[in-house]
Ligand binder design. Structure first.
Ligand SMILES: NC(=O)c1ccc[n+]([C@@H]2O[C@H](COP(=O)([O-])OP(=O)(O)OC[C@H]3O[C@@H](n4cnc5c(N)ncnc54)[C@H](O)[C@@H]3O)[C@@H](O)[C@H]2O)c1
Length: 267
């Protein structure tokens, strides 16, 4: 169902790797709602991902950029503004990566140089991105910037490892930059805290399937699917949410406010 909510809006969408990616669904929905945007991902993702397939489908150009490189981000933003024909109205940061998680290291036995890499890719890249947009004055008035996060920033989920601290940092950057960007030209900055979702990043976490099922039972509405997350992103990019900023917004079927689930107890 399309409502032209993003007609005339221009944006950049990070992080679509394959059709499971949350960013993939966001790109599809943004296109349906009338937005024009560029797609980007790390250069290495160009080789094993399917981003070109998505690009054809949504009629977008792909500009490779490593989110940990200032130079890449500068080029990405300059090219996007040029291709799209003006400043940007929305940006989605949908990036996460931890070598410690990938290699199955326990939280009590982490490699700290890998941890720094996790923070750089998954959290500092968000500040880096916003600072580059800000210094280039690349966002239109009342623009909207979003990053995707997870509730492990607030509660302990042992197998989420140092991604928990990474998400806490990410959410804090949203609040702090939200202040500066709001004052500067009414640009809003928020994070969406999404349910467990079956994607490459998600399923890399130990015991993910069991945890997915647990969260699904714990949430009165069930786990929020990626398609619904995409709908939420569209609303947050639209003019219907102009006064929402510096928030961490739960999109989790009610999980975050549950204490105990009789369904789970019975099992
Ligand atoms: N899947 C879940 O259960 C879940 C739940 C809550 C939040 N999230 C968050 O949603 C976001 C998207 O993840 P996803 O689940 O769609 O998985 P995904 O694996 O499809 O997306 C992660 C993306 O990050 C990109 N990336 C990694 N390193 C990069 C770099 N250096 N530069 C640029 N891009 C880089 C990857 O190429 C990939 O496209 C992440 O922030 C993730 O933490 C996921």
């Amino acid at each position: 169902m399309a409502n032209n909510l993003l007609a005339g809006k221009r944006g950049i969408i990070f992080g679509a790797l394959d059709e499971q990616s949350i960013a993939w669904k966001v790109a599809e929905r943004c296109a349906e709602e009338g937005a024009k945007f560029t797609l980007t991902n790390a250069p290495v993702a160009m080789r094993f991902g399917k981003i070109q397939e998505l690009a054809e489908k949504v009629n977008a150009e792909v500009i490779p950029a490593d989110a940990t490189s200032n130079e890449d981000l500068e080029t990405l933003i300059d090219k996007s503004v040029e291709i799209l024909g003006g400043k940007l109205d929305f940006v989605l940061h949908s990036i996460g990566m931890s070598i410690n998680v990938r290699k199955g290291r326990a939280y009590t036995d982490l490699k700290h140089d890998w941890m720094q890499k996790t923070f750089d890719v998954s959290a500092i890249s968000f500040h880096r991105l916003m600072q580059t947009l800000y210094q280039k004055d690349a966002m239109n008035e009342w623009g909207s910037i979003l990053a995707l996060t997870y509730i492990a920033a607030q509660r302990t989920f042992p197998d989420y490892n140092e991604m928990a601290e990474s998400k806490a940092l990410l959410e804090s950057f949203a609040r702090s930059f939200g202040y500066h960007y709001g004052k500067h030209n009414h640009v809003r900055v928020n994070t969406i805290s999404q349910s467990p979702t079956m994607t490459t990043a998600g399923s890399g976490i130990k015991g993910f399937q069991e945890f997915f099922d647990y969260a699904d039972k714990m949430s009165p509405l069930g786990n929020a699917p990626a398609e619904d997350c995409a709908n939420y992103c569209v609303v947050m990019f639209s003019d219907l949410t102009k006064q929402v900023t510096m928030q961490n917004l739960y999109h989790d079927g009610g999980f975050s406010n549950m204490g105990m689930s009789p369904d789970l107890l019975e099992e």
